[in-house]
Design a protein around this ligand. Sequence first.
Ligand SMILES: *[C@@H]1O[C@H](CO)[C@@H](O)[C@H](O)[C@H]1NC(C)=O
Ligand SMILES: *[C@@H]1O[C@H](CO)[C@@H](O)[C@H](O)[C@H]1NC(C)=O
Length: 291
Amino acid sequence: MVSSTLTAAVALLSAPLVSSHYILNILMHNGAAVGGEYAYVRKNSNTYMPSFFEIIDTNELRCNKGAVAGSTATYQDVQAGDKIGLKLFNSEFIEHPGPGFFYMSKAPGNVSDYDGSGDWFKVWESGPTGSPTTTGAWPTYGKYTMEFTLPTTLEDGEYLLRGEHIGIHENHVGKPQVNPSQPQPHVENCYYAQTTNLNLMNSSVSLYSHSHSHLIPIPIIPHATTQLTTPSPTPDMECAQIRITGGTGTAQPSPLVKIPGIYSRTDPGLTYNFWGSGGTYTMPGPAVAKS
Ligand SMILES: *[C@@H]1O[C@H](CO)[C@@H](O)[C@H](O)[C@H]1NC(C)=O
Ligand SMILES: *[C@@H]1O[C@H](CO)[C@@H](O)[C@H](O)[C@H]1NC(C)=O
């Protein structure tokens, strides 16, 4: 049993990678956070994400588990051509390698009452700029926000804006990054690490949790060189409510898709093993719509 502080753990492990879960619950508008947490973003019922594959074929893939119509009463007014996006709660930043996306769906009327059953299009995506097995290749890695510029050609109206980031760092062991026999502790930052030192395998280190102000033991699980169990991408997705004005309405975004329906359990971009797949990364979901 190895027990140590965070600093010592870093020294012990050959390739530490900071990792955590997060929630994209603050709307960004022209570079500034507006309204605070959940002001314009639908609140999900489980705080952190359920298993992606548990909701992949359900309506909960739209805005997250429990984030339903009627739960957020208002929207943010934005102009076509504005920069918008989502910011992570609690001053956290994206600590998973993986792709980021924004999808949009125009509400037939009041966006608060819209269940997202209509057409969606992918308006923005961020994929790797280099080898997908390095964190530095993922432009969203280490960022507090994901932001993009609204096309000026969109139709005016109320929209759901679905931001999503999919972590691909747990696909070699199935979901748990801590011992699956233990309930996953709520830690703001936990270390997901690789080690080739067999003496450390199945032993445990402790990490300091700032949120709980105490040490949490983290077991070291054997690093797999091949995919051992069911891949388990970890998504973080939330829907913001916006109203666009000033658009030319000349775009006919295409392709249009329904959610669920954008992903399947065998998509190479969802099963991609950050630790072992190498090669190239295939972005999941539809192409970014022409607008
Ligand atoms: C839109 O729907 C929400 C939730 O049902 C409601 O609180 C709000 O008053 C509605 N807004 C308008 C303008 O009708
Ligand atoms: C670690 O635990 C696994 C599962 O119990 C076992 O298969 C493996 O041999 C162990 N590795 C070492 C180095 O003890």
